[in-house]
Design a protein around this ligand. Structure first.
Ligand code: PEP
Ligand code: MG
Length: 797
């Protein structure tokens, strides 16, 4: 219904096509494109199938020549290619934006996939992107591989050009994806390994142990087992030969194989979302997008038309793209080439008829993806083992069962590979980059894997085995003991009760936290309710969400933090002007005061919930001054008046202390609130001027620095003088080295991630507040974070 795109070859065809258009009655929107016939048609069909506009389809067709040019390394310049398509309009009707990319690691898989999806969501807007730092591009923003192989790293300058009715909105939304405010995307679940390490060669230690890179903590002791086609260290994947059919048959075979892999990815995505959550499952979305990438399908179709088999056409279309990834400078982005190669291999195997069994084992009981690979009968594979692989791909990792795969060791890979990220999220100890020596370890060999030290010890002697068994059992015992008492209050030896609550993003997490022993919720991050939508939730919607969280807590305290958007949590629908330093800009309460209706709606919803649930509390984020607090309290009074709601018992109003100024005037603030909750994540970044999440200053941003602890002490003293209580809801609250100090300084509530509740309670129970106070005094006098850590270790001994 949008119109027709006509592709022509030479001169006379142009004339005939133009005449045909003239004769059309009634007139139809027809574009004549100089795009290459086969690549252009395929690229156009894929774009049209994705629901893109006629303009976008025409642009995609015009870009169809690029893959061939890149492949043949033709001397034609980009300008000539641009000029060859009627879809590439002149620049007079385009708008452009130039900015520095701030997402961690640049436009790699997930941000690149988000970028492509956002670009495609603007119907009728044509977007192209260049990497101004390296000179790569321009590339169409609707091709994942084109975007990913621009090699855009954090700190690179990007030029985005858009044409169409909503071009400016598209630019703004794309900037929000690539430069959301200078902070990296949050890595949820598992340790965050910051920085990118080059893979060192694996080393064999004198005792026969192999050294690699520690990439997921913990100890595993079990026989090893090679993953599927890597079995025996042979590596390589055999793609079955099959007779080549007609072009239509080959194209159909490729489509079927892609559909099969798409289903395989979907299955594992579901499994992964259930096991570790949505954020990690998104890694697989990027892989699924790869299957429909015009940059792959165009050349594959051309080769098939030229008589190639589906396998050859597909493999050869993938190779130059993988090579482009491998030529990138950044090892993290290079690793995305491995992900693409893995998906492509699975497609090739399916074309050859070898992939179906592999697809099925995502849900079988084998525990790892090796059941189909000939490494032994499924029953053997189902026994607990340490999985060995050349590389652990995201799809392999997504399909494994942590109950059976006790550890992972790989020849190559790095701690930032998606496989490694997923291993951490699944809680499976892993060591990567063990190098060639690992290939000599045969399936069935007994081994010890130390995910903390980055070691694999094949055939350990009895003393080594005993030592590791003792360490593993001790850690398991401590965890079991903490778990057994998770639902009891955390009382110090001298009978001071410390409330151990949870930080959550919604009702489901609140329910999980209660099951994990949390005494309540110390921080409901309401921004999660506002993200990933087109507009803010209305009052009734918010009431329903907060009520669900309160219901899940069954009378336990629920601290609802008002919206903390801005900085690293942008809300595109608020259409805020870009800021040079968003962490010092319009975020938290500042945004609420600048957009009074946003804050007022939320406050009305909160007081309505507080009127039918006890112990609902509210706190304001990013308070820097007494004036802000007073303005927020005035808005709260107005919300009470407007709703007529009378909050029930236990309703309290507090502030987050996360800006140094608030800590320094805590006496003034404490006079006007019921409690203070220290947001040590932000407080630390502001005190040490070390942006949270920036790996270059990660070591500096240590909340145990005496400068931070002195502010904690100041806040506790000021609160005590006014009879108010102090909590900590930053990450520091779960740090075993920090717990004695925080309690010693007077903190009485620790709010941590749900899975940490049991361990934090256990850490509180061994404390004596007087001794902790003495230790804290010494920490305040220390000269560095390292000195404080040394003190707490000595103190604990
Ligand atoms: C903090 O800053 O410590 C905090 C808990 O808030 P957030 O991490 O959500 O900024
Ligand atoms: Mg904060």
């Amino acid at each position: 219904g949008d119109g027709v795109l006509v592709l022509m070859d030479l001169g006379s065809a142009v004339l005939s096509a133009e005449m045909a258009v003239d004769l059309l009655d009634p007139p139809v929107d027809v574009r004549l494109a100089a795009a290459p016939l086969v690549e252009g048609a395929v690229a156009a069909a894929v774009a049209a199938q994705a629901g893109q506009s006629l303009d976008a389809v025409a642009a995609e067709a015009a870009g169809g020549l690029r893959a061939k040019l890149a492949h043949l390394d033709s001397g034609l310049s980009d300008a000539q290619v641009e000029g060859s398509g009627s879809g590439s309009a002149d620049d007079s009707d385009s708008v452009s934006d130039r900015f520095v990319v701030t997402v961690a690691q640049g436009l790699h898989a997930r941000p690149a996939a988000r970028f492509v999806r956002v670009a495609a969501s603007f119907e009728g807007v044509e977007v192209e992107v260049s990497n101004a730092t390296t000179g790569a591009g321009p590339e169409p923003a609707t091709s994942l591989n084109a975007i990913a192989t621009l090699g855009v790293r954090e700190g690179h300058e990007l030029v985005v050009r858009a044409r169409g009715a909503e071009a400016s909105e598209a630019l703004r939304a794309l900037r929000d994806v690539a430069a959301p405010g200078s902070s990296p995307e949050p890595q949820r679940g598992g340790n965050v390994i910051s920085g990118v390490q080059e893979t060192p060669r694996g080393t064999v230690l004198p005792d026969g142990g192999l050294r690699g890179i520690a990439s997921s903590p913990g100890i595993a002791i079990a026989p090893v087992r090679w993953l599927g086609s890597d079995a025996g260290g042979g590596g390589g994947s055999a793609v079955e030969a099959r007779a080549t059919g007609t072009a239509d048959e080959e194209w159909a075979a490729l489509r079927e194989a892609r559909d099969g892999v798409r289903d395989e990815i979907a299955q594992r995505r579901e499994l992964l979302a259930a096991r570790v959550g949505e954020a990690e499952a998104e890694i697989l979305d990027a892989l699924a997008l790869t299957l429909d990438d015009p940059a792959l399908l165009g050349p594959a179709r051309t080769a098939i038309e030229g008589g190639a088999s589906a396998t050859v056409a597909w493999t050869e279309a993938v190779a130059p793209l993988v090579a482009r990834y491998q030529a990138l400078e950044d090892p993290y982005q290079r690793a995305r080439g491995d992900d693409l190669a893995d998906v492509a291999r699975r497609v090739a195997e399916r074309i050859g008829g070898a992939g179906a069994a592999r697809g099925a084992d995502a849900t079988d009981a084998a525990g790892s993806t090796d059941a189909a690979g000939g490494a032994g009968p499924a029953s053997e594979a189902a026994s607990p083992h340490i999985l060995l692989a050349r590389e652990l791909t995201p799809l392999d990792a997504a399909g494994l069962d942590p109950g059976v795969v006790l550890g992972i060791a790989t020849v190559g890979g790095g701690p930032t590979s998606h496989g490694a990220i997923l291993a951490r999220a699944l809680g499976v100890p892993a060591v990567v980059a063990l190098g060639e020596p690992l290939l000599a370890v045969a399936s069935g060999t007994a081994a010890v894997l130390d995910g903390d030290a980055g070691l694999l010890v094949p055939d350990p002697d009895q003393a080594t085995r005993d030592d590791y068994e003792a360490r593993r059992d001790e850690a398991a015992k401590a965890a079991a003991e903490a778990g057994a008492h998770a639902h009891e209050p955390a009382r110090t030896r001298d009978e001071v009760t410390i409330e151990v609550a949870a930080n959550v993003g919604g009702a489901d997490e609140a329910r999980d936290a209660v099951a994990a022993g949390a005494d309540g919720v110390g921080l409901l991050r309401t921004e999660f309710l506002f993200l990933d939508r087109d507009q803010a939730p209305d009052e009734d919607e918010q009431v329903a969400l907060y009520r669900a969280a309160a219901g899940a807590l069954d009378g336990r305290p629920l601290i609802i933090r008002t919206l903390d958007a801005g900085a690293d949590k942008p809300l595109p629908y608020l259409r805020l002007a870009p800021e040079q330093n968003p962490f010092l800009g319009l975020r938290g309460l500042r945004l609420g005061l600048a957009r009074p209706e946003l804050l007022a709606t939320q406050l009305r919803a909160i007081v309505r919930v507080a009127a039918d649930h006890e112990h609902v509390k509210l706190m304001f984020p990013m308070v820097a001054t007494v004036e802000e607090l007073r303005a927020a309290r005035a808005a709260l009074e107005e919300a009470r008046r407007a709703t007529g709601a009378a909050p029930r018992e236990g309703f309290e109003v507090g502030v987050m202390v996360e800006v140094p100024s608030a800590a320094l005037i805590a006496d003034r603030i404490a006079a006007e609130v019921d409690f203070l909750s220290l947001g040590t994540n932000d407080l630390t970044q502001y005190v040490l001027a070390a942006e949270r999440g920036n790996e270059h200053v990660a070591a500096l941003a240590d909340g145990l620095h005496p400068a931070v602890l002195r502010l904690v002490a100041e806040v506790c003293d000021a609160a005590d003088a006014h009879g108010r209580w102090v909590g900590v809801c930053g990450e520091l609250a779960a740090d075993p080295a920090a717990i004695p100090l925080l309690v010693g300084l007077g903190v009485r509530e620790l709010s941590v991630a749900g899975p940490s509740v049991a361990a934090v309670k256990a850490a509180v129970r061994i404390l004596d507040t007087a001794a902790a106070g003495e230790l804290a005094s010494r920490a305040l006098a220390a000269e560095s974070a390292a000195a404080v850590r040394a003190l707490t270790t000595d103190g604990a001994e």
